[in-house]
Ligand binder design. Sequence first.
Ligand SMILES: CC[C@H](C(=O)O)C(=O)SCCNC(=O)CCNC(=O)[C@H](O)C(C)(C)COP(=O)(O)OP(=O)(O)OC[C@H]1O[C@@H](n2cnc3c(N)ncnc32)[C@H](O)[C@@H]1OP(=O)(O)O
Ligand SMILES: [Co+2]
Length: 132
Amino acid sequence: MLKVEHIGIAVRSLSVSIPLFEKLLNTPCYKTEEVAAEGVTTAFFQQGETKIELLESVKAGSAVAKFLDKKGEGVHHIAFEVADIHAEIERLRAEGFEVINAEPRVGADNKLVCFLHPKSTNGVLIELTQSR
Ligand SMILES: CC[C@H](C(=O)O)C(=O)SCCNC(=O)CCNC(=O)[C@H](O)C(C)(C)COP(=O)(O)OP(=O)(O)OC[C@H]1O[C@@H](n2cnc3c(N)ncnc32)[C@H](O)[C@@H]1OP(=O)(O)O
Ligand SMILES: [Co+2]
């Protein structure tokens, strides 16, 4: 794992949370991007080497929608950057971690992504990202 690529935060409304995080971080949101496959719209803030990714659900029943219903707004996942996502998937599966999507899929900000189930990571949803 190279670095924490981003921290994902589930929010109910980007129109409320973008200004709040711009004030908090004293930095502008540099992009918003819908990821239809995930049923979310994301908003990104660069913070040094890492990013904050706000996530608003745009589809009923999406992972973020379910999270918000169950836990409310808050930290949703930690994303790590890897050099070779396929190799990391194989390594982690061999180590006994549950990989949710064995085939990486296209995520936001021009990344390939996959996720590890929180039940195999002490309750923390982990995302792996590789630049495309
Ligand atoms: C890819 C675009 C963007 C990017 O960075 O590029 C994103 O990051 S998109 C982020 C949204 N997409 C995902 O999160 C995809 C991966 N997540 C999933 O597949 C599901 O959320 C899953 C499998 C983790 C849970 O789905 P399920 O349908 O099983 O929901 P449940 O509510 O039944 O949850 C089961 C169990 O897991 C706990 N849980 C759920 N989400 C989280 C979480 N974010 N962090 C920690 N724990 C989580 C939930 O509380 C349940 O636990 P239990 O003890 O059974 O109550
Ligand atoms: Co993410």
